[in-house]
Design a protein around this ligand. Structure first.
Ligand SMILES: *Cc1c(COP(=O)(O)O)cnc(C)c1O
Length: 378
């Protein structure tokens, strides 16, 4: 039998375990050690971020952002319905009400044409999700946000090394959240990062991340003792996690080159599918592709199920993705009843193909052949 092709396989660049051992032997394995500092510097000095803080997950970075915005119960936050649970949940934890936005017809990003209609006197933030690492229409989002005095929090979980008009995703907002979960391009098992682009949040972010204490100032010698000064939690990762992440960041270019090559092979191989009504990812002129994900959008749920079954019979494991959150068991009763056609369409029809560093051209050809065979047969 042919070897199975999983959807994802975490990639080790090489020095991960060596750096973990170094961290362990250094005698300091709690947060903000040597490897955390190296990771922070890499993002700030080489990738163009003003200030970043590693967190234990993107979920935590989003929760930090929600605390930083000082949301009050009843405040409203605009979030796409087609996203991961953590995007709205972080704000719901602060008592916010979620106004779910629909996706666009061309890709799952939030439809900015509808943005204005979602704004009320209680709107406090817009949370664009750069789906598949492809930028949202940030000029429009920034224009609407600044006109109404609303914050922007980017969910950049999938968006490392991707750009909007030449600017890195995660720098186009007040606060942005990244993920290093093992399914992302750059990984540390679980892990995340908060990027702070509006300096007014910088000091408080450090405090919130350190259990509501000014311990970070204390370690820099700015105060002679530290204490409880605000609300917070324990959002910082152990330096063991940062050591793993550092090994990945050192190989960022190599990882990205490889992922983008795999993505491009899929894109070229499937160039005839749109003529059959199957949509490929659309990357607007203002956006780049970071090789995070390759997906197809089938014509119907039945077609997607049949395609997945067809590939599974050949030991290939494609997966669908989000379920519209405005219809989720938790939020459906609180949703205002608007139909979100495109979010539901991607819920039913989007399917992601295997994409990971070690997907060799031979293995990838099996996936390509499997998909093409399915559509030729039909
Ligand atoms: C992966 C992901 C998250 C959650 O990231 P964690 O690091 O697992 O908390 C949030 N939002 C989006 C869009 C994601 O893809």
């Amino acid at each position: 039998m042919l070897p199975a092709i999983p959807f994802n396989k975490p990639y080790l660049s090489g020095p991960e375990t060596r750096y973990i051992e170094e961290a362990v032997r250094s005698g300091k394995i709690s947060g903000d050690g040597l490897f955390t500092k190296r990771c922070h510097q890499f993002f700030e000095q080489q990738l163009g971020f003003q200030k970043v803080l590693l967190t234990t997950s993107c979920t935590d970075a989003l929760e930090m952002a929600a605390i930083l915005l000082d949301l009050q119960p009843g405040d409203e936050v605009i979030v796409p319905s087609y996203t991961f649970v953590s995007t709205p949940n972080a704000f719901v934890l602060r008592g916010a009400k979620i106004m779910f936005a629909d996706s666009t017809a061309q890709n799952p990003n939030l439809d900015t044409a509808l943005l204005e209609s979602l704004i009320t006197s209680r709107t406090r933030a817009i949370v664009p999700v750069h789906y598949a690492g492809i930028a949202c229409d940030m000029d429009t989002i920034q224009e609407v946000a600044s006109r109404h005095g609303i914050a922007i929090v980017e969910d950049a979980a999938q968006a490392i090394d991707s750009y909007y008009k030449g600017k890195p995703l995660g720098t186009l907002s007040d606060l942005a959240a990244f993920s290093f979960h093992e399914t992302k391009n750059i990984i540390s098992g679980e892990g995340g990062m908060l990027a702070i682009n509006n300096t007014k949040y910088a000091q408080r972010a450090e405090i919130i991340r350190e259990k509501g204490t000014n311990r970070s100032s204390f370690f820099r010698g700015e105060v002679d003792k530290y204490g409880w000064v605000d609300i917070g939690s324990s959002f910082l990762p152990s330096d063991i996690i940062a050591a793993f992440l550092w090994a990945q960041l050192e190989h960022l270019d190599d990882i990205q080159t490889q992922r983008k090559a795999i993505w491009t092979r899929y894109f070229k191989a499937f160039s005839a599918l749109p003529a059959q009504g199957v949509a490929l990812p659309v990357i607007p002129a203002y956006a780049t592709n970071n090789g995070h994900m390759f997906y197809l959008v089938t014509r119907s749920l039945a077609e997607r199920s049949a395609l997945i079954d067809h590939l599974k019979q050949q030991q290939i494991l494609p997966v669908f993705h989000y379920l519209s959150l405005h219809k989720s068991p938790f939020y459906a009763a609180q949703h205002d009843g608007r139909e979100l056609h495109w979010a539901d369409h991607y819920t039913d029809c989007l399917v992601r193909l295997p994409l990971y560093y070690e997907l060799t051209p031979e293995l990838q050809q099996r996936v390509i052949d499997g998909v093409l065979e399915f559509y030729v047969k039909r």
